[in-house]
Design a protein around this ligand. Structure first.
Ligand code: SF4
Length: 199
């Protein structure tokens, strides 16, 4: 789509996962039907509630921010065909990363795909196969068993992360520390932007 509903766009740091700590310009698209109970951006769910912005306008703002990379997030950004957006960002010489639940096909040219599966709607096998990073937000201890069903569909070399859901971090983090100690292919991810109180 040449225009997309945008909830917010801002310069920050990637707070979590593989690129944690790196500067990035965030484009948060409106629209999501996944319905996670612990979602911290529920205001994003209604696509009609957010203004349409042209992909060129978004790409120029991202370039002007000075960040070398853009994180396309949501909501669920793969609700939309993102080929126009990634072409516009590419024309500005930016790295393009995406955060998706994988429930829809990933349409666009991305340098880094972070797939975070959700219990409330399963990811597509074709999306799992495109992930460079598989990041599981753990809300309940049983999530560690649930996620194993997806790992065989990942490509070799995909980076594996477990991350405590923010509201459960005090009870879940010790469990995840033990998990990565016993499963060294996995890495602990924390939402550092929330600890720092930055967007
Ligand atoms: S997929 Fe993301 S935006 Fe959608 S409900 Fe879940 S956490 Fe919220």
């Amino acid at each position: 789509m040449e225009k997309l509903p945008v909830m917010e766009q801002f310069l920050s740091l990637q707070g979590e996962g593989y690129h944690s700590g790196r500067p990035a310009y965030f484009i948060r698209l409106g629209g999501c039907t996944v319905g996670c109970v612990w979602c911290d951006v529920k205001d994003s769910w209604d696509s009609q509630a957010h203004p349409l912005r042209s992909v060129e306008e978004l790409a120029l703002a991202a370039k002007a921010s000075g960040a070398p990379a853009v994180v396309v997030t949501g909501g669920e950004p793969c609700t939309y065909d993102l080929q126009w957006l990634t072409k516009a960002l590419r024309d500005q010489g930016l790295q393009i990363w995406i955060e998706t639940s994988g429930v829809y096909p990933i349409r666009g040219d991305f340098d880094w795909v972070c797939l975070s599966p959700k219990k409330f709607k399963e990811p597509l096998a074709e999306s799992i196969a495109r992930a460079h990073e598989f990041k599981v937000v753990v809300y309940h201890p049983s999530d560690l068993d649930w996620m194993k069903g997806f790992v065989t569909g990942l490509t070799p070399g995909c980076r594996l992360f477990v991350q405590p859901e923010w509201s459960k971090r005090e009870s879940i983090a010790p469990l995840l520390v033990r998990f990565v100690q016993e499963n060294p292919d996995w890495t602990l991810s924390l939402q550092t932007h929330k600890y720092l109180e930055i967007p």
